[in-house]
Write a protein that binds this ligand. Sequence first.
Ligand code: ZN
Length: 400
Amino acid sequence: MKSVSPKSKLLKQPRIIDVLEGSETGPTLIFVGGIHGNEPAGVQALREVFKEVHYVNGLLKGKAFAIAGNISALQKGLRYIDQDLNRMWTKESVEQHLENNSELPPTQEAIEMRELYDTLQHILKTEVGPFYFFDLHTTSSKTIPFLTVNDNLLNRRFAKQYPAPIILGIEEYLEGPLLSYINELGYVAFGFEGGQHDDSKAIENHKAFIYCSLEFCGMLHHQHSLVETNCQILDNCCEGISGMFEIFQHYKLRESDQFIMQPGYQNFSSVTKHEVLASHNGKPVTIASNAKIFMPLYQHQGTDGFFLIKPIPNFFLKLSAILRRWKIHHLLPILPGVRWASAKKDALLVNRKLARFFARDFFHLLGYRSKTMKNNHLVVRNRESVAKTKLYKKEAWFHA
Ligand SMILES: [Zn+2]
């Protein structure tokens, strides 16, 4: 089917774009498109795929929901109206917005958040699962498609089915994205970046990702011709780049900063030591080591200047899977200066002096990623303990 321009057909967008329901029981898939309003390609792809798949309804198992993210921003073609809807999903922020004690009128995104929250909660309460959550995005720079995945073994195991590179552990650098909130609830949840915002191929790539997801979750049979063709599209456009990468540097900006990237950088482009990447408040920005660049900022809104990434060696992935399954991290509080942050034992408080002796890779190995400072202690959080692994144990991909 022919793709149309990403900016068309977005007025009067309902929250639930479409629903697919199979004749047999199966998984529940939740796709969100356009949580950033200047990224309509995911919404358009969802509309097209769901329409195409309605014709093969008899072959479906389970249920899939296509949901619109920031509707008011989508209608204006802006990333957001008052605040970034994909940075509002920390536990505290969600609770604050639900209580709504403020005397000030709510921001546009607070209204969007409440609706989105109610929609997701309704699905989680009324459907059976296992649940899969996919957040569809595009980037301001040119890019091959890739997945952004919070680091737990469940996410890793599911995400490695896709023929696309994976950025692991992004939760350490982003405050309050929706997919981290869903991960905290224990479900498989990750993001897909389908290409540059206004690249017509972004819709095609999103469609390929959605078809692959329908197959990998067991909703649509892999021998169906639509699945085969679309998974091949994703494979072809990743230019041979695959495997898992992790961020090791984040160039952060303040809202008021003047930041201009040098032209021509794409995601996964190699950059060299001392290369001038950008101008920040009139000063040149250089880097200290060779790396690959990730998410260089080529738009006016946003405070992430760029990230630097490196591939994660296979032995590290395997070793960390073994150590986490053995729950080695439960021994860490034996060390002086390390204690549990709560009775739930999902976060550790590490004395600031002691934290300096541990390489960050050490915490990553044991599954501790997102971190904040609190009263002279480093708080590191582990997502393994909340993962609802049992829900997924009977699924075909779990044993692949
Ligand atoms: Zn986005």
